[in-house]
Design a protein around this ligand. Structure first.
Ligand SMILES: Cc1cc2nc3c(=O)[nH]c(=O)nc-3n(C[C@H](O)[C@H](O)[C@H](O)COP(=O)(O)O)c2cc1C
Length: 184
């Protein structure tokens, strides 16, 4: 989940795509909530690439260990001022090597379906030696706005027409997670 603010929308698409991933054979999916990793705003004297994951802040250590466990990721990406949320960048920046050689896919929403946020995340992910998946799930504004206005159960049902693009995203993520794991 790429946002942590009170009343965030990200929980809804995150729960939905997690359920789609969890129901597939061969995928072990975990929903990761940045609220459970209250990282300090980045304040380390050594850069992540030089530190080689030697940071000692307990929340940072816990977050790094969580990232290490994954073979691939889906970032649920809100759009804040045509970019992605600062809390997400902070979490991304703390980790370096644990991102390397892993695929990352995107679920996004917003007035332009979160496309601008995702394009920025693609650039950042390459710097982290990740492989961004071409096929993203961009939630159309009509579905996003409708799903904002209802309770969670109804919101999840409004996302159901998106099963096809979600399936393509998950197919690609699973394919590259497996291939890149053997390369790593
Ligand atoms: C600081 C801020 C900036 C925003 N900027 C944009 C924007 O540039 N484009 C857009 O489509 N929506 C924008 N929005 C509206 C968000 O798409 C909407 O609030 C969405 O629910 C944010 O995701 P979240 O609920 O998971 O935090 C912005 C919202 C916030 C809080």
């Amino acid at each position: 989940m790429g946002s942590t603010r009170r009343g965030r929308f990200s929980e809804r698409p995150a729960r939905w795509i997690h359920a789609r991933a969890a129901e597939r054979n061969g995928l072990d999916a975990e929903l990761i909530d940045l609220r459970e990793y209250p990282l300090p705003f980045f304040d380390e004297p050594v850069t992540p690439s030089a530190a080689r994951e030697s940071y000692t802040d307990p929340e940072v250590v816990r977050w790094t260990e969580k990232v290490k466990q994954g073979d691939g990721y889906i970032i649920v990406a809100p759009e804040y001022n045509h970019g992605y949320p600062a809390v997400l960048k902070n979490a991304i920046d703390y980790v370096f090597e644990a991102w390397h050689g892993k695929p990352v896919g995107f679920v996004s929403y917003g007035s332009a379906m979160g496309a601008r946020s995702v394009e920025q995340l693609r650039l950042v992910s390459v710097e982290l030696r990740m492989m961004p998946i071409r096929d993203a799930l961009h939630i159309p504004p009509a579905i996003f706005n409708a799903a904002l206005a209802v309770d969670e159960a109804e919101a999840l049902s409004l996302l159901e027409p998106l099963r096809e693009p979600a399936g393509i995203l998950l197919d690609q993520l699973a394919l590259w997670a497996g291939r890149l794991k053997s390369v790593r």
